[in-house]
Design a protein around this ligand. Structure first.
Ligand code: PLP
Length: 406
């Protein structure tokens, strides 16, 4: 070698001793993966995750995170993508063909509906929004071309908890009605972000796959975007990993590292944020300005019985729920008054997302988001709260000081 340092600095002979252990595992970074020889380069297969070929196809860090997430959700295979919305897009792109029809709940995470409406329609895919609280409506909208069924529990913003067991069974009944072979039946895809793999076991319902916006609870920091798709069946997993390869949607190593760290405290944070949200929601129910609290663990909530049957167990009689809920203001308050209520909050910050350390608030124009908004939401302002890790009493005091000025 020359005496010029550039080569020495890249091919330095020093090798650190191998024996090293610390609470956090090593972080592996790669676009290029180095093969020991040409034959190894030819022999390696990334599809079955038995070896490494290119950063996009996996590193020890991404494989480790995928295994942990598959375990969390009760599935077998996992694909990591750059955001929760990207996970939804991968499912749509992996399974839909020209002429296919999709069923999506009316209260789904709305960018999924926008994707179907404005992007997938260009490729000859049609969709219908179904009332997640009506099996009859679901069955009526399921047609012979329905290839993909989206499920979400609880629903976005309005928090209705659907009969997931009934919807899965109704989908299989419709498959039988249209005399479909097992490989042609509709794919059941659940957005499992709210349950986070903790509140209930999605795969016991018979869903084919779950998507999870890791951006929320698994990250827990409000600073990382990532999504996952978990499945149990090998063929479903292969379709997803092929879509992932064709689209080239890799995830960054530092983000993977952050999610791996977030998973270590996931259960504690989820439980704490649930308890805090329920404490605050119960207190807000006593406020005159609030007409209704939308949270599936409360007895009056739409779908409370379904939440109870899925999220309450003998070991956990109080059940589990994400730390997120909405309130419906009394009809006498205008959108401007409710916006001012949000602006006056000091601890709650105005922003999208949930599952982070900082409590968030957002007003929603529900009428513009739904085909069939419930009667109770017409002409009323809806505000969603995402409860963080601040002290519950401080958060409640903050809400009360702003309510008092309404
Ligand atoms: C239920 C649900 N699914 C998916 C997403 C999308 O996640 P991301 O923000 O990582 O794209 C969100 C984001 O708010 C969500 O609430």
């Amino acid at each position: 070698m020359t005496e010029i340092k550039s080569t020495h600095l890249i091919h330095h002979p020093y090798v650190a001793p191998k024996e090293f252990e610390s609470p956090q595992g090593a972080l592996y970074k790669a676009s290029t993966v180095i093969f020991p020889n040409v034959q190894a380069m030819k022999d390696r297969r990334w599809q079955d995750k038995s070896a490494y070929t290119y950063g996009l196809h996996g590193t020890p860090s991404t494989f480790t995170l995928e295994e942990k997430l598959a375990t969390l959700e009760g599935g077998s295979y996992c694909t990591l993508v750059p955001s929760g919305l990207s996970a939804i897009a991968h499912v749509n792109l992996a399974f839909l063909r020209h002429g296919d029809h999709v069923l999506v709940p009316d209260n789904a995470y709305s960018p999924n509906i926008s994707m179907l409406k404005h992007l997938l329609s260009n490729f000859g895919v049609s969709f219908s929004r179904y009332d997640p609280m009506s099996l009859a409506d679901f069955k009526a909208k399921f047609n012979e071309r329905t290839r993909l069924v989206w499920l979400e529990a609880a629903g976005s913003v309005t928090m209705e908890f659907p009969d997931l067991v009934g919807l899965c069974a109704a989908s299989r009944e419709q498959d039988a009605h249209f005399k479909r072979t097992p490989e042609h039946r509709a794919i059941l895809a659940l957005d499992n972000t709210w349950g986070a793999g903790l509140a209930f076991n999605a795969f016991e319902l018979g869903v084919d796959l779950t998507v999870h916006a890791l951006t929320k609870y698994p990250s827990g920091g409000g600073d990382v975007l990532m999504g996952s798709i978990v499945s149990r069946d090998e063929e479903t997993a292969r379709a997803l990993s092929n879509a992932h390869m064709f689209l080239g949607t890799g995830v960054g190593p530092h983000d993977v590292d952050a999610i791996l760290k977030g998973l270590q405290s996931l259960v504690l944070r989820y439980e704490a944020q649930d308890a805090s949200a329920r404490f605050i929601a119960a207190a807000l129910m006593q406020e005159l300005a609030i007409a209704e609290v939308l949270h599936p663990a409360f007895a009056h909530a739409k779908g409370h019985a379904h939440w109870k049957s899925m999220c309450v167990t003998a070991e956990r009689p109080e059940g589990l729920a994400a730390g997120i809920f909405s309130v419906v203001f009394d009809s006498k308050y205008s959108a401007q008054e409710v916006a001012s209520f949000c602006d006056r909050l000091k601890l709650f910050k105005i922003g999208y997302s949930w599952g982070g350390p900082m409590s968030l608030v957002l007003p929603y124009d529900i009428l513009s988001m739904r085909e069939h908004p419930g009667e109770h939401l017409v002409n009323r302002q809806v505000v969603r709260f995402c409860i963080g890790l601040e002290h519950s009493q401080d958060l409640l005091d903050d809400l009360k000081q702003s309510l008092a000025l309404l």
